[in-house]
Design a protein around this ligand. Structure first.
Ligand code: NI
Length: 171
């Protein structure tokens, strides 16, 4: 397995739309394993392939407290959204150290293929529901800061560009 480089907002590649996976083959399984290693190393709860510059519909997540329950969603589609919404704080590995509240469906059902290529359906609530919706947004090129006001988004953009430049200077 290998750790992958996570794109950082406002990298334009974060806005590419991912294509469906045609077949869950060894190449996709390698991508899944590398994404899981990358997500755990970065202490994130979810990672979309878009964030590692692979524009295929693949998501990994683990919202368990013990960090021992990896979930793989290949070609995910929402089959149900609760009529209730919930406002919760979100962060993103592509926007490090930035947290803000976003309104999402309180629970969703998602249909996907697993790492073994078998279809399954998952009912996600609480943090898992937030995570599924956040990661599925990445697959259509949307980053959570786009739900915030233009003023906040511009501030975050400026902060991220400065942070990336400062870190490059140190390296
Ligand atoms: Ni994210």
């Amino acid at each position: 397995m290998a750790r992958l480089t996570i794109l950082r907002y406002p990298d334009p590649r974060l806005h590419k739309v991912a294509q469906p996976v045609a077949a869950v083959d060894d190449g996709i399984r390698r991508l899944v394993d590398d994404m899981l290693e990358t997500m755990y190393a970065a202490e994130g709860v979810g990672l979309a392939a878009t964030q590692v510059d692979v524009h295929r519909r693949v998501i990994v997540m683990d919202t368990s407290e013990q960090r021992d329950h990896p979930i793989v969603l290949i070609n995910p589609e929402l089959s149900w959204r609760s009529p209730e919404f919930r406002l919760a704080e979100e962060g993103c590995l592509s926007v490090p150290a930035i947290y803000d509240k976003v309104e999402r469906h309180a629970s969703v059902k998602v249909q996907a293929l697993g790492r073994d290529g078998e279809p399954f359906e998952m009912h996600a609530e609480d943090l898992a529901a937030v995570c599924v919706q956040h990661e599925m947004d990445h697959l259509v090129g949307k980053v959570f800061v786009e739900y915030l006001s233009a003023l906040k988004r511009d501030r975050i953009r400026t902060k991220m560009i400065k942070k990336t430049r400062d870190e490059a200077g140190k390296a």
